[in-house]
Write a protein that binds this ligand. Structure first.
Ligand code: OSB
Ligand code: MG
Length: 375
C-alpha cells in the first residue's frame, strides 16, 4: 500500500557547462524542478519534472509544472491509498488533460519510494534486466561544421556508442557530411531535427539517406503523424519519433500508420513509468526498437532514465551522458559516470534510484520551495 502524506516541490538553478542549442531554442541555465514524496513511515522518493524553461520542446515549462503539481497533481495523490505505483498514472489521467511532465515527476517519485519500501533497485522494480546501459551523446547545433567535427571526434574518443547531431535547415547536409567524412563509415551517427522541417523540405531530407544514419529523429511537427508517414515512405533512413509520442495510443498510431520505425521514450513526455513500460512492451511485441532520450536532467532524472533504459527492449544507446557532460557538479552522490566502453552501470545493488541526493547542495541551489501536506 502506498500512502503519500507530504510532497515537497523545489526549483533548483543549475548552469549548464555549455549552452545547448536545438532547432527551436537554446538552454543555458536549467531551472530544475525536484519533487520529494514522503509516506506515513517517513520513507521518501525523489522525482524530477523534466520540462524546459521555454515551451519550445513541448507546451510544458518549469513554471507550468510547478502550477500543475501544486494545483492538480499533488491533491490527487496526497492522502490517498494506492495498491502500488502502477495505480497512480490512472488516477492522474482521469478528467485531467495533458501536463504529462508534471504528472510524471510525481508518478516517478512514487515509483522510487516504492522501490525503497521494497528495498529493491528501481531498475528491478520496473522489470529491468540490464547491468549496463550503452550511452549516446547529443551534440547541440554548432557555429560551423569544423566545430561540430571536433566535438563528434572527441565524443567517439571518449567511448560514446552513438552520436546524435542536432540539425536544422541550413545546419544539416554540410555538417553531417563533414562529420561522416571525418569519423568514417563505421561511426554510429544519427540526427535530431526537433520539428525543424516541413513536407516541402523533402529534397533536403532525402539527401540524409547518403550518410548512413542510424535514424533521423522527429524531422516534422510534434503533433503530425500523417506527414511523418508520408515522409518515411520516401526515406531509407528510419524515422524515430520523440515529440510525437506522448502516450501508448500515439505509439500504436505510429505503428499503424508507419510514421516511424523507432521510438525515443522519455518518461516525462509520456506521463511516467507506467506509460513508458506500456510503450516499451508494445514496441517489444511489434519488433520496434526503443531507446531512452534525455532532457538535460539533473542526477535525479538521470537515475530514472538509467532505471528505465535497463528494460530489455531498450536495444539502442540512450541519451544518458555522465553528470560531468552537463554540470560542474551534480546534485547526487555518486555522480553518474561512463566507463571507457561508453556504458553507465545500473545500480542494481542499491535500493531505489541507487544514488543519494546531496541535500546540502540542493539547499544551496534552491530558489523556491513549497510543501504540500495530505492526511
Ligand atoms: O530532442 O532529445 C531531444 C534536450 C532538450 C530537449 C530536447 C532534446 C534534448 C536532447 C538532450 O537531445 C539529450 C540529453 O539529455 O543529453
Ligand atoms: Mg529529440
Amino acid at each position: 500500500m502506498l500512502h503519500i502524506q507530504r510532497l515537497e516541490l523545489r526549483e533548483v538553478r543549475m548552469p549548464l557547462k555549455e549552452p545547448f542549442q536545438i532547432s527551436s531554442g537554446t538552454q543555458t541555465d536549467r531551472r530544475i524542478l525536484l519533487i520529494q514524496v514522503r509516506d506515513a513511515d517517513g520513507l521518501t522518493g525523489w522525482g524530477e519534472a523534466v520540462a524546459a524553461e521555454q515551451p519550445n520542446y513541448s507546451s510544458e515549462t518549469t513554471d507550468t509544472c510547478w502550477l500543475a503539481i501544486g494545483s492538480w497533481v499533488a491533491p490527487r495523490v496526497l492522502g490517498q491509498s494506492f495498491q502500488g505505483p502502477e495505480q497512480i498514472a490512472a488516477a492522474l489521467d482521469r478528467d485531467f488533460r495533458g501536463h504529462n511532465m508534471a504528472k510524471a515527476g510525481v508518478e516517478m517519485a512514487c515509483w522510487e519510494l516504492e522501490a525503497r519500501r521494497q528495498d529493491v533497485s528501481l531498475s528491478r522494480l520496473l522489470g529491468g534486466t540490464r547491468e549496463y546501459i550503452e550511452v549516446g551523446i547529443s551534440i547541440g547545433i554548432q557555429d560551423c561544421p569544423s566545430q561540430l567535427v571536433a566535438k563528434a571526434r572527441q565524443a567517439l574518443e571518449q567511448g560514446y556508442r552513438k552520436i546524435k547531431i542536432k540539425i536544422k535547415p541550413g545546419a544539416d547536409i554540410e555538417y553531417l557530411e563533414a562529420v561522416r567524412e571525418s569519423l568514417g563509415d563505421d561511426a554510429p551517427l544519427m540526427a535530431d531535427a526537433n520539428n525543424a522541417y516541413t513536407p516541402s523540405d523533402l529534397d533536403c531530407l532525402k539527401q540524409l539517406d547518403r550518410f548512413g544514419l542510424i535514424m533521423i529523429e522527429q524531422p516534422l511537427a510534434w503533433d503530425d503523424m500523417r506527414r511523418h508517414s508520408c515522409l518515411q515512405k520516401e526515406l531509407r533512413t528510419p524515422v524515430c519519433l520523440d515529440e510525437s509520442i506522448t502516450s501508448l495510443e500515439r505509439a500504436e498510431d505510429m505503428i499503424a500508420l508507419q510514421s516511424g520505425r523507432i521510438i525515443n521514450i522519455k518518461p516525462g513526455r509520456v506521463g511516467g513509468f507506467s506509460s513508458s513500460k506500456a510503450i516499451h512492451d508494445l514496441c517489444q511485441s511489434r519488433g520496434i526498437p526503443v531507446w531512452c532520450g534525455g532532457m538535460l536532467e539533473s542526477g535525479v532524472g538521470r537515475a530514472h532514465n538509467v532505471a528505465l533504459a535497463s528494460l530489455p527492449n531498450f536495444t539502442l544507446p540512450g541519451d544518458v551522458s555522465p553528470s560531468s557532460r552537463y554540470w560542474e557538479r551534480d546534485i547526487v552522490t555518486p555522480e553518474w559516470s561512463m566507463d571507457p566502453q561508453g556504458r553507465v552501470t545500473v545500480p542494481i545493488d542499491r535500493p531505489g534510484m541507487g544514488v543519494q541526493v546531496d541535500l546540502d547542495r540542493v539547499d544551496n541551489l534552491t530558489v523556491k520551495r513549497q510543501v504540500i501536506s495530505g492526511d
